[in-house]
Design a protein around this ligand. Structure first.
Ligand SMILES: CC(C)(COP(=O)(O)OP(=O)(O)OC[C@H]1O[C@@H](n2cnc3c(N)ncnc32)[C@H](O)[C@@H]1OP(=O)(O)O)[C@@H](O)C(=O)NCCC(=O)NCCS
Length: 429
């Protein structure tokens, strides 16, 4: 027993699958590590029911100490948008979306997360998922389990008075949507739009229910959300009060701005920047290579107010994962993939030597044969960082994470994994 101060050691605690009738107890357990104790408030109870509905009980795990839940984790079945081949929509592939990970403060640092993670990764392999992914509360936690930082997400703020475009956006007819209309129109638009940029994940009905309902705990002090759409895109934005008579102007937070082309996105930006009565617009969950930046007459006015690490990718099946994504440039690279630092007790099928050949027409990946020399050596964690093209082999080599074994190996990896636009994961899970 390590640092527990309690009565049980790690192995006295059972890690097991959730039972179908335990959904509510699971949701109550998840709240504890996230510092949100159950209060019994009626609106909280209603939100808990939504969380129960969102939990796939056959893909949820608990750590149970003498019948009391002290840890929890689950997988959402979803898919991930991958880099495209030239002139094609992005492909998608199944990803185990790891979520609701927590261990109660009474039972931390006794290996309970490690045991739940082992169970989840085994489950993902059993489901034939080549990838697992998650959004981390702390970036130090998951590298040891083979999850590599794969996407970043930015937030931008601009004073609307200084927001003239030098390259005008096309005019688009937008309509404001009530909640019922939004529920009908937005899911299809989202699904089209998310195939234009890798890193995005699918949303099921339950996720949409929450987006449309926009419960008070998602508003961060702002108004309820406005939805507006056109044929090829949509906006979701909210307002923050200000004392107009004193000369203060309300602020707008853009929760979502999605167009199937950069022109549509520019028109959506223009719409929100031209709202009357508004002094400042903050757009959340934006790509780091935001194209609209290059449309402003005075680009410095667009302030980068935040950039955070977003999706962490764990590659479970290297050939399946590498053959699923698109490649722009013809190339070949032999990868020597090392296991992650934490052993989870089962063989890590991702480690070994892999020969990747890819190009605009397709890709193949197979295990290396005797005598085939590797070009680069890296851990499966770092391969997760290269996978969506958000970070290059040469960048990771500069940080001492990727090692070149044959001359030109890093350059070959850079060329093969390169993508445009930068990946973005605008949807949390
Ligand atoms: C993060 C959390 C789930 C870890 O659970 P845990 O059961 O204590 O983790 P484990 O004991 O299996 O830790 C495995 C290893 O990771 C390390 N580790 C785990 N969490 C860590 C953290 N937050 N910071 C630094 N190291 C951490 C442990 O020290 C251990 O390292 P070791 O093998 O070298 O000893 C738990 O601290 C927690 O619930 N935190 C609050 C909620 C949260 O952030 N959840 C994650 C949401 S993405």
């Amino acid at each position: 027993m390590r640092g527990s101060g309690g009565k049980t050691g790690a192995m006295d605690v059972e890690v097991r699958k959730l039972r179908p009738e335990e959904g509510e107890a699971f949701v109550r357990s998840v709240a504890v590590p996230f510092l949100s104790p159950a209060t019994g408030d009626p609106h909280e109870l209603a939100e808990d029911q939504d969380r129960v509905a969102k939990t796939e009980t056959d893909r949820a795990w608990v750590a149970s100490d003498d019948g009391r839940f002290v840890g929890n984790a689950c997988i959402h079945t979803m898919d991930l948008t991958l880099p495209a081949f030239p002139d094609r929509a992005c492909p998608v592939t199944a990803m185990a979306g790891v979520s609701a990970v927590g261990v109660h403060p009474t039972h931390r640092r006794r290996g309970l997360l490690s045991r739940m993670m082992a169970a989840m990764l085994d489950d993902a392999r059993a489901h034939g998922e080549a990838l697992a992914g998650l959004i981390a509360s702390e970036s130090i936690i998951y590298g040891r389990f083979g999850f590599g930082h794969a996407t970043d997400m930015a937030e931008f703020t601009i004073n609307t008075r200084e927001s003239a475009f030098s390259n005008p956006a096309p005019h688009l007819d937008l309509q404001l949507l009530d909640r019922e209309e939004a529920a009908k129109i937005l899911p299809d638009l989202y699904d089209r739009q998310r195939r234009t940029r890798s890193g995005e994940v699918s949303r099921n009905q339950q996720v949409w229910k929450e987006v449309i309902a926009d419960p008070p705990n998602r508003r961060h002090g702002g108004s309820g959300v406005f939805f507006a759409s056109c044929d090829d895109g949509y906006l979701a934005y909210r307002a923050h009060d200000a004392n107009v008579l004193r000369g203060d102007l309300p602020r707008i937070t853009v929760e979502e701005l999605r167009g199937t082309t950069p022109e549509v996105e520019a028109a959506l930006w223009r719409f929100v920047l031209d709202l009357d009565l508004v002094g400042e617009v903050t757009a959340r969950r934006r790509p780091v290579d935001e194209p609209v930046r290059w449309r402003f007459a005075d680009p410095r006015q667009l302030k980068v107010t935040d950039v955070v690490d977003r999706l962490y990718v764990r590659i479970l099946d290297v050939p399946a994962a590498l053959e699923a994504r698109g490649y722009r440039n013809e190339g070949r690279v032999v990868l020597d993939v090392l296991p992650p630092s934490a052993s989870l007790g089962s063989d890590d099928a991702a480690s070994g030597t892999w020969v990747l050949e890819g190009g605009p027409d397709g890709a193949s990946c197979r295990a290396g044969r005797a005598g085939e020399e590797a070009d680069v050596r890296l851990t499966v964690t770092d391969l997760g960082s290269l996978y969506l093209g958000g970070f290059s082999a040469s960048l990771l080599a500069a940080a001492g994470r990727v090692q070149e074994l044959t001359a030109g190996g890093i350059e070959a990896a850079d060329s093969l994994f390169a993508t445009w636009p930068a990946p973005l994961t605008g949807t949390g899970f």
